[in-house]
Design a protein around this ligand. Structure first.
Ligand code: AP5
Length: 221
């Protein structure tokens, strides 16, 4: 198994393919995949207080408050499995989150995070999100246009039911893209200025993006 011993951040607009690649990279490097979106959806599924607060915000396409997200992240990265490296997917998403993360890392020994920026054209991103289906049991991601399951509605891996995310409706997708432009895109300049950013062409097919990503990680780590 390859060794990472640092934090990776997957940055990019909704539907860019961050989650798809993160699952594979996390397996290959044996590091936890910390998706703040998945963590929030888990809270919603369990009906926690945090989930009840986050649900209407996520379904409107806006970002959940920095405070909620940072509390969740701080708790998660204090666990022992993050000591050898970790992969953030969809975090940080605001300048306040990025600055808070720098402070959090001062107390850890992973060095500076490496940031991979997934670059994808907006129309392709909408096409991908409209076809996305996710396994309700194991989280495997499919696409009805490009990578459908063998049996309609069922996960190839565990047989779980495939579901569509409520925020993959067209009006909500447009709001999510707008929130990205407003609040998350500034992080590209933020990390670029610190020499931590690597751009990745996310518009190629899944295998090609994976190959480019692995080559990038080999060079950068
Ligand atoms: P989150 O769950 O993080 O969603 P997102 O960032 O909007 O990203 P997505 O999961 O939509 O896309 P992805 O890039 O992972 O694409 P995927 O691999 O699935 O956040 C949801 C909400 O939670 C936010 O709107 C916000 O409210 C809240 N939230 C989360 N984090 C937060 C934070 N830090 N602060 C505040 N609020 C936060 O791929 C998409 C589809 O394309 C799939 O069907 C896949 O099969 C397909 N696909 C992937 N790659 C390819 C490829 N190369 N070729 C063809 N198809 C592909």
């Amino acid at each position: 198994m390859k060794v990472l011993r640092r934090a990776l951040i997957f940055l990019g607009p909704p539907g860019a393919g961050k989650g798809t690649q993160a699952r594979e990279i996390s397996r290959r490097y044996g590091v936890p995949h910390l998706s703040t979106g998945d963590m929030l959806r888990e809270h919603i599924a369990k009906g926690t207080e945090l989930g009840r607060r986050a649900k209407p915000i996520m379904e409107s396409g806006q970002l959940v408050s920095d405070q909620i997200v940072l509390e969740m992240v701080e708790e998660r990265i204090s666990r022992a499995d993050c000591a050898g490296g970790l992969l953030f997917d969809g975090f940080p998403r605001t300048l306040a989150q990025a600055e808070a993360l720098e402070k959090i890392f001062e107390g850890h020994h992973l060095g500076r995070p490496l940031v991979v920026n997934f670059v994808v054209d907006p129309e392709l991103m909408f096409h991908r999100m409209s076809g996305r289906r996710t396994c309700s049991q194991c989280g495997q991601i499919y696409n009805l246009h490009d990578s459908p399951p063998r049996q309609p509605g069922r996960c190839d891996i565990c047989g779980g039911a495939l579901v569509q995310r409520p925020d993959d409706r067209e009006d909500v997708m447009r709001e999510r893209r707008a929130a990205y432009e407003r609040q998350t895109r500034p992080l590209v300049d933020y990390y670029q200025a610190r020499g931590q950013l690597f751009n990745l062409d996310g518009s190629k097919d899944v295998e090609s993006v994976r190959r480019d990503l692995l080559a990038l990680l080999d060079r950068a780590s």
